[in-house]
Design a protein around this ligand. Sequence first.
Ligand code: GDP
Ligand code: IMO
Ligand code: MG
Length: 427
Amino acid sequence: MPALVLLGAQWGDEGKGKATDLLGGSVDYVVRYQGGNNAGHTVVVGDQKYALHLLPSGILSPGCTPVIGNGVVVDPSVLLSELSGLEERGVDTSKLLVSGNAHLITPYHATLDKTTERFLGKRKIGTTGRGIGPTYADKINRVGIRVQDLFDESILLQKVEAALDFKNQVLAKLYNRRAISAQQVVEELLGYAGQIEKYVADTTLVLNRAIDDDKVVLFEGGQGTLLDVDHGTYPFVTSSNPTAGGACTGAGVGPTKISRVIGILKAYTTRVGAGPFPTELFDEDGEALRRIGGEFGVTTGRNRRCGWFDAVIARYATRVNGLTDFFLTKLDVLTGWERIPVCVAYEIEGERTTELPYNQSDFHHAKPVYEYLPGWSEDITKAKTFADLPRNAQAYVRALEEMSGAPVSAIGVGPGRDETIEINAFL
Ligand code: GDP
Ligand code: IMO
Ligand code: MG
């Protein structure tokens, strides 16, 4: 039975939550492998809407075990409040497993995230302010605090003191802020420990055994390919690896175990925060995409920047992730345009290229080269099969597929579970 990765092929918010939830009913484990509560995944079930940040979207499917892998950064207060919010709405959260090796976001990480952004001024990244970058920095610097540290008070205090030694110097001397008390941080963290302990497990062992036992395991990415710290538009990226390889390191499962990598691809493009975005629109079309697509951040409420579909990026996502299929989302949002521009190449200082330039300055100067595809005006939200789509919508999907380098196996025509056209079954 398969282990699948489902990840964002653009700059996040492609509809990963909906896609994961859709498969959740047939999946035994859904695993988050990177990121933290910077993610905002919307899942619509019937007339109920859920916004998930840290928990895998599979938590909404009874029978599915949700797993927070070692590669995730966990804010314990967010974890507990998200769990209690779901429990209040009747969702059974008791199966959740959390890796003891996952790193903890503490209050000083969030403080440092916000303070650093303020210090950067106009060079800021536009982070979500959730402490993601500083927590991963501590992990790599080997001064991080892990979930397992919550259960040994003296180790926890030693580690928090070691982490704060340097940070307090920076906070006080560089940022002119008050130093943070290690004792207070430890007391806050210990207050969460008792409630979290029951979820903690050796998740790599659990997941490898599950795969060996022919269970279906789905790895759910947060963020997207172009926000990847290695393969994205650095430095305007998040601090982890949403790309397919991240599923292996972030869950402790070898690449030979993964059989399918599905890229979630929006029928147009959006981005939140700073950084280059060649097809970004600053006109009425951009406003219309935002309004019709509801492109407002689930986590920070910020307006998402909107633009036309970029095939250069989609092809790049196919390459760096080894995508086997696409799930094309939000096709319904494009209904009503007479013709739809699609970026097929970039022009950089007079030269045309069909590949994403590896040079940062070149990408900043990339001008989109558009092809114009005929639009459609019929409502497509009730379409159940590919044949139900108007001819021009079918042609739009086929053109994107051709340009992007992997088959489109499903199409989203609305936010609900049932507003999906399945072309090739994922499972
Ligand atoms: P994620 O971060 O990738 O999970 O995506 P978000 O939840 O942040 O943003 C995607 C938004 O689009 C959510 O509000 C979804 O409910 C919605 N959505 C997902 N698929 C579709 C679709 O096919 N059509 C429409 N109209 N909305 C969709
Ligand atoms: P989902 O999972 C869109 C962006 C932030 C910022 C950059 C770095 O919902 O697709 P961070 O707080 O991670 O250090 O911010 O990354 N960003 C996202 N953009 N969707 C997300 O998640 C994002 N998570 C982070 O806006 O530009
Ligand atoms: Mg989102």
